[in-house]
Design a protein around this ligand. Structure first.
Ligand code: GDP
Length: 182
């Protein structure tokens, strides 16, 4: 690839958020993109995305991150949502076991519609609510190990590990797709 990429790293990629309704996807994204948190679920339905520029080493990378914005409630996520995505944050809620059980279904869908090299980071959100925990930290770790995913527990509310989860995904995408071609 041309050296101009090396200098400017004019690199744009798409990543998606996926997981059951109300696990905190929108809030993770607004934390990461705007550093905001919403107490109520946003009523908007339809795909939304946000951009953020990230510096990896001396390169500037633009990530376009898509949020389902409620479509999963109606099982209305289509293959176009995943098309071209190089990364995914697969999110569950540590206080709702069902959101963890449903990960298999989301993984199947990610692997069916996503690219085979997609970087998937498993995210157990709402770690601030440890008194209502229904999914042990070790359960998340074991699943991640089994499925060869990165894993992190986060709190969008308290802004814990949010930046780290996105950065881990973005750095890995960069290593796999951008770095090698420079
Ligand atoms: P989405 O449907 O997956 O996009 O979920 P939302 O981002 O809309 O969040 C659903 C609900 O969970 C909202 O009431 C949020 O305020 C709340 N929420 C999201 N993240 C956290 C978190 O880390 N901790 C706590 N305590 N609540 C959260």
């Amino acid at each position: 690839m041309a050296n101009s990429v090396d200098e400017e790293c004019d690199y744009l990629f798409k990543a998606v958020l996926i997981g059951d309704s109300a696990v905190g996807k929108s809030n993770l994204l607004s934390r990461f993109a705007k550093d905001e948190f919403y107490l109520d679920s946003k009523p908007t339905i339809g795909v939304e995305f946000a951009y953020r520029n990230i510096r990896v080493g001396d390169k500037l990378i633009k990530s376009q991150i898509w949020d389902t914005a409620g479509q999963e409630r109606f099982r209305a996520i289509t293959s176009s949502y995943y098309r071209g995505a190089l990364g995914a944050l697969l999110v569950y809620d540590i206080t709702r076991r069902s959101t963890f059980e449903n990960l298999r279904k989301w993984l199947k869908e990610l692997r069916e519609f996503g690219s085979p090299e997609m970087v998937i980071v498993l995210v157990g959100n709402k770690s601030d609510l440890s008194q209502s925990r229904e999914v042990k930290l070790e359960d998340g770790q074991s699943l991640a190990q089994l499925e060869e995913l990165s894993f992190m527990e986060t709190s969008a509310k308290e802004n814990l590990n949010v930046e780290e989860a996105f950065l881990q995904m973005i750095t890995r995408i960069y290593e796999l797709n951008c770095h090698k071609s420079l």
